[in-house]
Design a binder for this molecule. Structure first.
Ligand code: R5P
Length: 265
């Protein structure tokens, strides 16, 4: 791997622990003003000091994040779909790699929809982005998206999707946590991070999936809704950070979260 590529990856996956806490705020690209992300700057600002990287679209980067934060940016490069459109899997590449370079981002992200109507198109998007990324030393994060079919998220399907992403050259992969997650990790030769998915019933549930994913070998999280739709987003990201970088147990992280809640009162 070339120096530039290595350096960009090391800005995201911290060499001290080999892990990362990425904050995902890219949801508006197909969901519009989703709850608690109606005004992105207000959501992002208090959380930014705790994020190892921020995943977002170029529109939100240019309009809602000041330059000079020092936090590496992971730019969403795919889209062209919407939650009210015909098929979420019908995504194209919406950003020129040159613009990603101009924005000085640390990585480019796109979704792949394995098993969907537009599977081929999204896998070709990945391959092309990897080719172009290699030219600039820019890593690619493949997101194994399932659209509205959340029930697809089992070890068999996610192992297939993650492995295909790695085979096509993704430098790291974002997927979902599932039962037997160690199988997904073992069969994927590049680092895996997990999304949180739609807001879980309790904060404890989100801490638990982060903890169990790390225990199975995930290299971190790229979490959104379970952080910023929580009643205590800053407490949540700090608790997740303790799990990811300090191997905190779920109990310890929950205690941290509870502590920051009482401190706020
Ligand atoms: C899809 O909306 C995006 O790629 C999100 O970044 C991803 O789903 C992670 O966010 P969450 O933890 O909210 O699922």
């Amino acid at each position: 791997m070339d120096w530039g590529m290595k350096d960009r990856l090391a800005r995201i996956i911290k060499p001290a622990t080999g892990r990362t806490v990425m904050l995902a705020v890219d949801h508006g690209y197909f969901l519009g003003p989703v709850r608690n992300l109606e005004q992105p700057r207000r959501t992002i600002e208090p959380l930014l000091p705790y994020a190892d990287a921020l995943m977002l679209t170029r529109g939100i980067l240019r309009n809602c994040v000041d330059a000079g934060t020092g936090v590496p940016m992971v730019l969403r490069m795919s889209g062209g779909n919407s939650i009210v459109g015909k098929d979420l899997s019908n995504e194209g590449i919406t950003v020129a790699v040159k613009d990603a370079v101009r924005l000085n981002v640390a990585a480019m992200a796109l979704s792949i929809y394995v098993g969907s109507e537009y599977e081929h198109q999204t896998l070709m998007n990945l391959s092309k982005l990897v080719d172009e990324g290699e030219e600039y030393g820019m890593p690619v994060l493949a997101v194994t998206a399932v659209g509205k079919e959340l029930e697809k998220r089992d070890a068999r399907y996610l192992s297939l999707a993650c492995r295909i992403a790695a085979e096509l050259g993704a430098h790291f992969v974002k997927t979902y946590y599932c039962d037997e997650f160690e199988k997904v990790v073992k069969s994927c030769p590049v680092p895996l991070v997990i999304a949180g998915g739609p807001k879980l019933n309790t904060e404890l549930d989100a801490l638990k999936i982060a903890h169990d994913a790390i225990k199975c070998g995930a290299r971190g999280v790229d979490m959104g809704r379970n952080i910023w739709q929580s009643k205590n987003p800053v407490g949540m990201i700090k608790a997740i950070k303790a799990i990811v970088h300090q191997n905190a147990s779920v109990k310890e992280a929950a205690r941290m979260l509870e502590g920051s809640r009482s401190a706020k009162r």
